[in-house]
Design a protein around this ligand. Structure first.
Ligand code: GLA
Length: 391
């Protein structure tokens, strides 16, 4: 069961004895702007063609029933308010969304929901935001409530932070819900305003999965964000104009260097320079300057590796190999880090050969076969629901 729409509709009908309405949400890849979102910074992600689908129909007894076609497992929740009760399994995500809706006083009647998806897990492509947003779209429709993009993304982030218990910013939920095909999204995570930017026709975005899943990824993400928060707290205390790290300059950071740990200093330096790189990447895109865009990606990778200490040997290798290939403008680690995928911007006509070479060279040095996907910017969940009318 791989998130195929028709198949999922059929599974739902067979299991629950009636047809359901279908909602879908994509995955995402971040082109540049890593670990900036939870300090009100700038990011530039795009949605990609993997999907989670949520099929929903009503039930009379008020229970909330989630069936995962991927795990072939069902959970059934009593009617009434949910308590936070995450157990580290797939059902935390949809249950968390139901909980977050309840926190907003959105009443959702009893339902059966089938979830199915093909987003690679643990690869840094936001399988969790994809499940959250697909679930939220279906539950909101069932409740007969429409909410704006900002609220939808915030609610899904809340499910992840407060119910699932994973620290994360708002980038993933926002782009998975609000992306538009053929465009990258420059999102300001402080104001939640965004700009849609065209990617030139002559390039392709290639995602390469290092296949390295760091079991302690959540822990490492949490450590980094703690180090960032500690540095941000010093800046806030010392410099009245700094409300968020986003407001600080490198000179501000330097002036507080001896008041924070070396780790906090380096993490904050990554974020301050990364915000600047996102702005420069925007300029590069607007001027069709992919050479400059690629150079910024490489800088961003180095900063993630050295200042943020969130890369790993295999991913560094994957970036190094990518940069040796003809037609590759830029390559970097993408997502939370500590393994997962790289994102590469490659000349369209070179993309196929790029994939073949990278796979071959990466296997030769690591013994690992990377999975690579040539991805085009796709629609987010809201645009998908609009264009094909959820059914
Ligand atoms: C994960 C989080 C995002 C963001 C990225 C790093 O994907 O969910 O909020 O912090 O890591 O940029």
């Amino acid at each position: 069961m791989k998130g195929n729409n028709e198949e999922a509709l059929q599974v739902h009908r067979q299991r629950f004895g009636e047809p359901g309405r279908r909602f879908a949400a994509p995955a995402r890849v971040n082109l540049i702007g890593e670990h900036t979102d939870y300090t009100g910074g700038l990011v530039m992600p795009m949605a990609i063609g993997f999907q989670t689908v949520a099929i929903i129909s009503g039930r009379q007894d008020g229970r909330a029933v989630f069936y995962s076609a991927n795990y072939e497992e069902e959970i059934s929740l009593e009617p009434g308010p949910l308590q936070v009760a995450a157990d580290g399994r797939w059902a935390d995500y949809p249950s968390g969304v139901l909980w977050a809706l309840q926190q907003e006083n959105i009443a959702v009647g009893g339902f059966n929901m089938t979830l199915a998806g093909n987003v690679p897990l643990g690869a840094g492509l936001s399988s969790s935001a994809s499940i959250e947003v697909a679930t939220a779209m279906a539950l909101l429709d069932h409740a007969g409530v429409a909410i704006p993009l900002q609220k939808l993304a915030t609610l899904c982030r809340r499910a992840e932070n407060e119910y699932v218990g994973a620290k994360s910013g708002i980038m993933d939920q926002f782009v998975v819900a609000g992306a538009v095909a053929h465009r990258a999204m420059l999102l300001d995570c402080r104001s939640l305003t965004f700009e849609l930017l065209p990617l030139p026709d002559q390039v392709r975005v290639v995602i390469c999965n290092s296949m390295v899943k760091h079991a302690v990824a959540t822990g490492e993400y949490g450590d980094r964000s703690d180090e960032v928060e500690a540095g941000q707290a010093v800046l806030q205390r010392e410099l009245p104009g700094v409300k968020l790290l986003r407001d600080a300059t490198l000179a501000d950071l330097e002036s507080c260097k001896d008041k924070m740990s070396a780790a906090s200093f380096a993490r904050c330096r990554h974020i301050i320079t990364e915000n600047q790189r996102v702005l420069e990447a925007r300029e590069a895109l607007l001027h069709d300057d992919m050479k400059q865009f690629g150079a910024l990606m490489v800088e961003a990778h180095k900063s993630m590796r050295d200042d943020f200490a969130a890369s790993c040997e295999e991913v560094d290798k994957l970036v190094e190999i990518a940069m040796q290939q003809p037609g590759c403008f830029g390559a970097r680690i993408t997502g939370g880090g500590f393994g997962g995928c790289t994102v590469n911007v490659v000349r369209a006509e070179a993309a196929e050969q790029f994939v073949a070479n990278v796979r071959k060279d990466y296997a030769a040095v690591t013994g690992i076969t990377a999975e690579c996907f040539v991805s085009a910017p796709s629609d987010g969940a809201l645009a998908m629901a609009e264009s094909d009318g959820a059914r």
